[in-house]
Design a protein around this ligand. Structure first.
Ligand code: BT5
Length: 250
């Protein structure tokens, strides 16, 4: 039985918690080892994008040692999203929705993001570094322009600051619970929780995959964590990776 955060390494200002966590994993750090920074100078999102990480936000990475294969990595993102949304609801009492695969929204604004970076050895996942960034007590109005979608913070939504320590503890507890339900039949519970929180199911969406741009209706996520999209022709496509825009945002 692991416990996320029992071994927590704290930093003030570093490039990215992902890099430190990856180094620790390479040195043999166990599952549940956590790296937390108060500020990141090179915080990153998917595909080399920037994650704006000023002081006041929550930035952490968790070392995972999953007993799954690389094709299961998207399920970890789904479970983490359910966990982060649950933690935000517990601490801030705000309704948090999930936009596949890795965005947590309050209203139609992004309040948190998840980055799942896997190192595979053949058919085995050697480690996964699960990165979580939450705009807690930050001012997104001072963020650089041109974000993929509008951003918000818990403080902006609430009109008061949240306790970062409590938020961190809640994120680790909720994510650990969801991650612990990944195996076998219990993933169905995570999928149901995901569906209840989905910001996109049933909506007209545009999806940019690494190779093409598609439009259609988001139908569901499958048992592997992939998005099921119905094109205007009625054809169904299973999307493993991509960025979703809800049509009303365009
Ligand atoms: C993500 O990527 O949303 C994953 C974010 C993961 C951040 C955590 S913090 C701890 C750990 N250490 C790291 O270095 N990273 C992880 P993606 O879906 O690719 O979204 C990135 C896009 O979101 C950017 O291109 C911007 O448009 C936008 N963005 C950047 N910073 C943001 C912020 N603080 N709040 C909302 N949107 C932001």
């Amino acid at each position: 039985m692991t416990s996320f955060g029992r071994d927590t390494r704290r930093f003030d200002r570093i490039s990215s918690t992902q890099d430190i966590a990856r180094e620790l994993a390479a040195q043999g750090a166990g599952e549940g080892t956590v790296v937390v920074a108060r500020e990141q100078t090179g915080g990153r999102g998917r595909l080399g994008r920037q994650w704006v990480s000023p002081r006041g936000g929550l930035y952490l990475s968790i070392v995972l040692r999953p007993l799954y294969g690389p094709s299961d990595a998207p399920k970890i993102t789904i479970a983490a999203a359910v966990g982060v949304a649950g933690a935000i609801e517990e601490i801030a009492r705000l309704t948090a929705l999930i936009k596949w695969p890795n965005d947590i929204l309050v209203g139609a604004r992004k309040v948190a993001g998840i980055l799942t970076e896997a190192s595979a050895q053949g058919e085995r996942l050697e480690s996964v570094i699960l990165g979580i960034g939450v705009n807690a007590n930050v001012d997104t109005e001072s963020f650089p322009p041109g974000l993929l979608m509008p951003a918000t913070s818990l403080r902006q939504e609430l009109g008061r600051s949240v306790d970062l320590g409590q938020l961190e503890a809640a994120v680790l507890r909720h994510v650990e619970g969801a991650y612990g339900s990944l195996g076998g039949a219990r993933f169905a519970q995570i999928l149901n929780a995901w569906r209840e929180r989905s910001a996109i199911i049933g909506q007209a969406v545009a999806v940019a995959t690494p190779s093409e741009k598609l439009t259609g209706r988001a139908i569901d996520v499958d048992e592997c964590g992939a998005l099921i999209l119905e094109l205007e022709s009625g054809e169904r496509r299973v999307i493993q990776a991509g960025d979703v825009t809800v049509s009303s945002e365009q």
